[in-house]
Structure formats: C-alpha cells, structure tokens
Write a protein that binds this ligand. Sequence first.
Ligand SMILES: *[C@@H]1O[C@H](CO)[C@@H](O)[C@H](O)[C@H]1NC(C)=O
Ligand SMILES: *[C@@H]1O[C@H](CO)[C@@H](O)[C@H](O)[C@H]1NC(C)=O
Ligand SMILES: *[C@@H]1O[C@H](CO)[C@@H](O)[C@H](O)[C@H]1NC(C)=O
Ligand SMILES: *[C@@H]1O[C@H](CO)[C@@H](O)[C@H](O)[C@H]1NC(C)=O
Ligand SMILES: *[C@@H]1O[C@H](CO)[C@@H](O)[C@H](O)[C@H]1NC(C)=O
Ligand SMILES: *[C@@H]1O[C@H](CO)[C@@H](O)[C@H](O)[C@H]1NC(C)=O
Ligand SMILES: *[C@@H]1O[C@H](CO)[C@@H](O)[C@H](O)[C@H]1NC(C)=O
Length: 378
Amino acid sequence: MAGVRVASDKALMALVVAVLVMCGGGLAAAASNLVPAVYVFGDSTLDVGMNGPLPLPYGIDLPDESLPTRVSNGFNLADYISRELGFENSPPAYESLKPNTSHQILRGFGGVSYASGGSGILNTTRIMNNSISLAEQIDLFAATKLQMTQYARGKGSVAALDERLAESLFLISAGGNDFFRHIQSLCWRPCLPTFRANLLSNFTNHVQTLYGLGARRFGIVGVPPVGCVPLLRKITLGGGCLDYANNIVREFNTLVAEMMANFSTDPEPHGMMYSVGSAFNVLMNFTNDPVANGFTVVNSACCGDGRFGAGTFCVKNATVCENRADHLYWDFAHSTQATAEKGAAIIFAAPVEEGFAAPINFQQLVSPSHGSGGFSSA
Ligand SMILES: *[C@@H]1O[C@H](CO)[C@@H](O)[C@H](O)[C@H]1NC(C)=O
Ligand SMILES: *[C@@H]1O[C@H](CO)[C@@H](O)[C@H](O)[C@H]1NC(C)=O
Ligand SMILES: *[C@@H]1O[C@H](CO)[C@@H](O)[C@H](O)[C@H]1NC(C)=O
Ligand SMILES: *[C@@H]1O[C@H](CO)[C@@H](O)[C@H](O)[C@H]1NC(C)=O
Ligand SMILES: *[C@@H]1O[C@H](CO)[C@@H](O)[C@H](O)[C@H]1NC(C)=O
Ligand SMILES: *[C@@H]1O[C@H](CO)[C@@H](O)[C@H](O)[C@H]1NC(C)=O
Ligand SMILES: *[C@@H]1O[C@H](CO)[C@@H](O)[C@H](O)[C@H]1NC(C)=O
C-alpha cells in the first residue's frame, strides 16, 4: 500500500509541476525576455501563417516542417525582432490558437500574431482573398483581450493584465500593399492627396484604437521602398527602382513619424513609448551597398522566372536560387530570411544617429524591462 501511495504522490507532484510549467510558460515572461509579450499586426512582412499554409518553395529554409510557412524562404522580421527580445520566434498566428480551449486563451498572454499577408492599412486593400485587414486584426486583438480579461478577473488580477499589456511590444508593419494598390490603379498624382490623407487618418485611427485597448509600447516598422521590389523594377525602363513609388512612400513614412510624435505628446496618451524603424533606409542601404551588407543580388527575386525573377510567381515549378543568403529579395516582392535577420538587428540596435529608427531604436523602446507584469506562477 505504501508503495502505491508514494507512486500516486509522485504522479500528483508530476502533474502539479506540469501545470505550473504550462501556466508559467503561458503567463510569465521568461526572465531573459525584454518584454512580457509581443502582439503583431500588419502584412506579409510579419505574417506567420494567419492566411493558412503556403506551399513550397515558401519555407524551403525553415528547419522544422511543423513551423508555419512565412512569406519567405525561412524566418521573417517578426521572428528576428522577437528573437532580439528573447523569444524563440514570432508569437503564433491567432488562427493557430483555435480551437478556443483554456490553454489557448492562456497563450494570448504570451503574445499573438494577427499579421496577414496581402492586408493593408485601408480596409479596401486586400491583395489575397483571405487577407485580414488591419482593422479586423485589431478586432481580433480586442477579442483576445476580452478572453484574457475574463481569465484575469477570475484570478482577481485585471490590473496586472493591464500592466502586462502596457509593457508588451505592439509590433506593426503595414502600408506596403496600400502603395502597391495605388501604383496598380495607375491614378497616381490625381489620386495621391486623397489616398495619402486616407492612409494617414486610418493608420492614426488604428494606433489610437490599440492605445485604447491598452497598448503603450509601439514598435512601428515603416513602409519599405516598394519601388525597388522586382515586380516594380520589371516595369521601369532601366530596371532601376520606381522613383514615384519610393518618393511617396518616403513622404508617408515622414508623416507617420510626425503622427506618432504628435500622438505621444497628446496629454492623454500617458506612458506611451514608440519607435519607428525605417525599413526604407535599411533596404535602401542594402540596395545601394550590397557588398558591405553581405549581398550579391539586390534587384532580382531568388524564386521566380522572367525579368528580375518577377515574370512569374514563386510557385512549385519556379526557379529557386541556391545562394539564398546572398539575395535581398525572395520572390517578386518579399525579402529573404537573410534580409529580415540583418534588418531586424539594425532596427533593433543601430545607433539612432544612423537613421534606421527614430526617435529611439527598438532596444531603447524595450529597456529597461519592468518584469513580467505580475502574472507569475508563484
Ligand atoms: C471563445 O471564447 C469566448 C469566451 O470564452 C467566447 O465568447 C467565444 O465565442 C469563443 N469563440 C469560439 C470561436 O469558440
Ligand atoms: C481565393 O483564392 C484562391 C486561390 O487564389 C481561389 O482558388 C479561390 O477560389 C478564391 N476564393 C474566392 C472566394 O474568391
Ligand atoms: C474597417 O472595417 C472595420 C471592421 O473590421 C470597421 O469597423 C471600420 O468602420 C472600417 N473602417 C472604414 C474606414 O471603413
Ligand atoms: C480611411 O479610409 C477610407 C477610404 O478607404 C476613408 O473613407 C476614411 O475616411 C478614412 N479615415 C478613417 C479615419 O477611417
Ligand atoms: C502634427 O501636429 C501639428 C501641430 O498640431 C499639425 O500641424 C500636423 O499636421 C500634425 N501632423 C500629423 C502627421 O498628424
Ligand atoms: C549604410 O549605413 C551605414 C551605417 O549608417 C553607413 O555607414 C553606410 O554609408 C550606408 N550606406 C549606404 C550606401 O547608404
Ligand atoms: C510552371 O508551370 C506553369 C503551368 O503549370 C507553366 O505555365 C510555367 O511555364 C512553368 N514554369 C516553369 C519555370 O517551368
């Protein structure tokens, strides 16, 4: 009998330990993480499977088949920014947190990605038919927060949840697809003023909605130089970047920085902090100075055929380059894993004087760490 008791005590202990580990993993940031959680919003630059699986050659360099495919050969910007913060990779896609079990609700505490390829700042920008707009992504975060709040209320720790969200990083990268749509519309100068005003007012609205939901640390990645992607180079005479696209993107990025500065000095957004990372300057730097940045091909897609590898999509039978680490672009419009890794490191830590983030870099945004927000398993 005594033997049986010992065994069942051991089993009970094992269960208790397992539950603590599980809850600890779901609720408390590991001591090495710089923020309790990351919540990710935006487009294909950050998407980790929200739109469902992508077929090979996408994900060809992912080390593990169980990882959802990014719009890349491997990992993306969300993964590398999350790694800089001490996480293993990007938080999981909201879609992968279904079905709605309590364990998965708990995972909301560890961060969630809502980023969806083909989405834009405007509701009407929907490049893929399953793209989820930024407004819808924020609605999904509101639903996640509701679930977390219900859980926290049960534990009497709603204040700790608010503190936890305030300390978490809200990572946003959106706008590239809106500019693609604008370019495709072929209504350039005449449509630009309204387009730009709508883009800015909608983006402002999104940031303010997130603030209203408890976000306080905004890591915004500006719009990349969309005029330089293989798809648009293909239509310029000399194969250079499409200057019109780059110029209007640059102007918009300046407006976003100004909007964030305005918003953060607004008397109401108390305790808000932000950094605007310049994907534009990072990618232009790589493009203008490939060798110094370890690239050999900065104008053609690795995966695809035709002019600049952008005559076809990156499909099953497409040509795929061998030297993927030397290429800036993976397909007609998206960066390689190598680009994402180097870009994340620069946006995270390059000194502000170098112009890759303002008014502070991401490292300054997340430091000093204020702990786990109170949801420890202790
Ligand atoms: C998930 O759970 C919440 C609250 O527990 C509930 O309101 C919601 O309907 C559920 N969603 C699904 C898809 O089951
Ligand atoms: C969505 O796109 C896929 C592939 O591009 C296509 O097969 C499907 O019919 C589309 N669905 C709708 C509702 O348009
Ligand atoms: C965008 O869509 C959301 C629903 O996801 C809606 O609440 C919002 O009013 C829409 N915004 C505009 C400007 O149409
Ligand atoms: C957002 O963009 C739409 C057009 O797509 C526009 O009607 C609306 O006024 C814009 N602003 C806001 C705050 O929603
Ligand atoms: C920032 O605030 C200034 C002063 O109120 C205003 O003139 C400007 O238009 C604002 N900029 C943006 C992008 O909101
Ligand atoms: C790239 O950035 C580095 C660091 O700011 C700078 O030294 C270098 O001149 C830049 N190169 C180009 C081509 O912009
Ligand atoms: C891939 O297959 C499609 C049709 O299945 C064909 O049109 C295209 O030319 C093929 N591409 C290559 C590079 O063979």
